[in-house]
Design a binder for this molecule. Structure first.
Ligand code: FES
Length: 175
């Protein structure tokens, strides 16, 4: 008999997980950023194709690559759908909680999957402006909840991989 307890995913999350949109690298991406640690296998990469439009920068296209679980794939898929056509300023406001709610809620143990997806998006937005040496007034200096938690997880995993030697084993990515 299995001792595993099945996770309670919402029907919407399962639906999105089974039919993910925008998966894979984007050849002509303007900016690419990742969040998470390849050493533990939980990692996501966000690709954004951006265009300047009047006062704003618009997300024309968005894709993702996930080395995470079903919840990470579903949150990343929905996130890329949500940001397409939005300005960076609007996309910045999306929180991990909002993303989770849009999917009918996540089990608490899976909150971090939504946090990784939004953390990678926020990093991409920061990277875009950093590379151009500009900083819009709406972009805060202080890291958001998602960015802080991603950083924390990455530091923990780096320490763990050094102690266990997993970093070298998995240097080529998740098997
Ligand atoms: Fe780590 Fe989902 S991405 S458990």
């Amino acid at each position: 008999m299995s001792t595993r307890i099945p996770l309670l995913y919402s029907p919407k999350l399962l639906e999105v997980f089974k039919n993910p949109r925008n998966m894979g690298p984007l050849e002509d991406a303007t900016v690419v950023e990742s969040a998470g640690s390849p050493a533990c296998g939980d990692m996501i990469k966000i690709y954004l194709k951006l265009v300047d439009k009047e006062e704003d920068v618009i997300i024309e296209n968005a894709t993702f690559e996930s080395y995470g679980c079903a919840a990470n794939i579903a949150t990343a898929s929905l996130l890329t759908e949500m940001v397409k056509g939005r300005s960076l300023r609007e996309a910045w406001k999306i929180s991990w909680r909002q993303l989770s709610d849009e999917l009918g809620g996540l089990p608490p143990i899976k909150y971090h999957c939504s946090i990784l997806a939004v953390g990678a998006l926020k990093r991409s937005i920061r990277a875009y402006f950093r590379e151009r040496g500009v900083k819009p007034e709406w972009l805060p200096d202080e890291l958001t909840v998602e960015e802080k938690q991603v950083l924390e997880e990455e530091e923990i995993m780096e320490r763990y991989s050094k102690v266990s030697g997993r970093g070298e084993e998995n240097a080529g990515g998740k098997p």
